[in-house]
Design a protein around this ligand. Structure first.
Ligand SMILES: [Zn+2]
Length: 306
């Protein structure tokens, strides 16, 4: 099923990473700058992430001896230092997730770089080291993001969906490890209901959500893939859902031969087995396109709605 399964460490059948994007209320200020302070209920739901869910998740990881990766908008690092302390105290990785969760592909290259570098400075101040990894807010990886990641010295990205195992993004100027996931492993479609964001999905039972996450895990285990969840503390950290996470981790442990790792560790492993020749990653040359495809331009009217 996977043509180039990764030789995971210690004979593990798959790699598992529960990554959490601690967006807190950054997304509310971004969506409703002028009125965010009047949306108190929405604010409280988002603050549940750093206040309640982060300590709960870190305790859960400690119970299982797991180190994992958290993506934090830099504004959240400044705004919620206690949550940052809690994450760092247990040795988890903090990775780059923009400043205020702004959408990279709606910025100019200069704007994207400015906020990227400003966020990096905040991460360095809080963690003592530069970020190794990055996830574009709302997966909005831009035409300039790759160049920024390479010039800023990052080792991996985790914003894209192009494989079941790590792969390489490349230009003549350099390369970076891509650690892909997909919407089947995102908790937003299962749990996010908000009138303030107009995300009115039917909330799923944890049974239903867990079933999908578990199927993804079983397939990754069977075929040598990578199970990379993109979750949010304010959604998946709620009580019944956190209990479901615990159940899932127990299921993974019972099954055995699972490598629980941070994304930093998975990226380093991918580079190692690529370098020693025991694994051949697929390579994606960027950009996929220089612009709109010419076949459907002005010379061929009627095919594309302007
Ligand atoms: Zn996010």
């Amino acid at each position: 099923m996977i043509l180039n399964p990764v030789p995971w460490p210690n004979g593990a059948r798959c790699a598992v990473a529960f990554t959490f994007d601690m967006d807190a209320d950054s997304i509310l200020h971004l969506a409703h700058h002028a009125t965010a302070d009047t949306r108190v209920a929405a604010m409280s739901a988002l603050r549940y992430g750093p206040d309640i869910a982060i300590p709960r998740l870190v305790n859960l990881y400690r119970e299982f001896g797991m180190k994992q990766t958290f993506f934090l908008p830099a504004w959240c690092i400044e705004r919620y230092p206690e949550a940052v302390e809690t994450i760092l105290a247990d040795g988890h990785e903090i990775a780059h997730h923009h400043y205020l969760h702004e959408h990279a592909n709606e910025k100019t290259a200069e704007e994207e770089l400015y906020w990227f570098q400003r966020s990096t400075e905040i991460i360095v101040k809080a963690t003592g080291q530069r970020p190794r990894g990055y996830r574009a807010a709302t997966y909005k990886f831009s035409r300039d993001t790759f160049d920024i990641l390479v010039s800023e010295g990052l080792e991996y990205d985790s914003s894209l969906f192009g494989d079941d195992v790590p792969y390489i993004l490349e230009k003549d100027t350099g390369s970076i490890v891509e650690l892909p996931s997909h919407y089947g492993l995102d908790d937003w479609p299962h749990y996010q209901f908000s009138r303030d964001f107009l995300t009115m999905m039917t909330i799923k039972s944890t049974r239903y959500a867990l079933e999908g996450f578990k199927e993804e895990f079983d397939a990754a285990w069977e075929y040598g893939g990578m199970w990379l969840a993109v979750w949010h503390p304010f959604l998946s950290g709620r009580l019944a859902r956190a209990a479901a996470i615990k159940e899932l981790i127990e299921y993974m442990h019972d099954k055995g031969k699972v490598w629980f790792a941070t994304l930093e560790e998975i990226a380093a492993h991918a580079r190692k087995v690529q370098a020693d020749g025991s694994w051949q990653p697929r390579v994606h040359r960027l950009p996929y396109y220089e612009g709109p495809i010419p076949e459907l331009g002005a010379a061929e009217p009627g095919l594309v709605v302007p």
